[in-house]
Design a protein. Structure first.
Length: 146
């Protein structure tokens, strides 16, 4: 079974109905999932924002967080990718948070799946061919298997 590194843009779609939810849920069968521990804080922040914007009720956000904790994501310690994430952030002129995911994908020889269109654009415009091959959009993940 192929392993995918996922970010919060994918994980949140598993528990909150939004654009791309159906495609994200479609990944649940057929793949193993890895993510840096950073995913916990990022998902929590997204759920908080959705409550602040009136998109979710407090109880819905809490339930979504419970579901994510049981989603079967294997968390990878971020220690060991600091240098690589920092280098990518400087080289690609984009915050390091996103590069932690790609650094782990590189380290684990797995594809990194995201629904973050801005990040995908930056990767396609600025990253090496190696990194571009590792990074795949939610809409393309099933069409570009290894």
């Amino acid at each position: 079974m192929e392993t995918l590194v996922i970010d919060a843009s994918i994980a949140v779609k598993w528990v909150v109905k939004e654009e791309g939810t159906e495609a994200a849920l479609g990944l649940r069968s057929g793949f193993r999932f890895l993510a840096p521990e950073l995913l916990v804080a990022e998902c929590s922040n997204i759920l908080w924002k959705k409550v602040q914007r009136g998109e979710l009720l407090r109880d819905e956000a809490v339930m979504a967080s419970r579901l994510l904790e049981r989603a079967g994501i294997e968390f990878v310690p971020m220690r060991g990718v600091l240098e690589q994430a920092t280098d990518l952030a400087i080289t690609l002129s984009h915050p390091a948070y996103d590069w932690v995911y790609l650094a782990i994908a590189r380290q684990k020889e797995a594809r990194f799946v995201t629904a973050d269109q801005r990040l995908l654009r930056i990767v396609s415009e600025r990253a090496s061919d190696e990194l571009t091959r590792l990074c795949v959009s939610l809409s393309d993940v099933r069409n570009s298997s290894r």
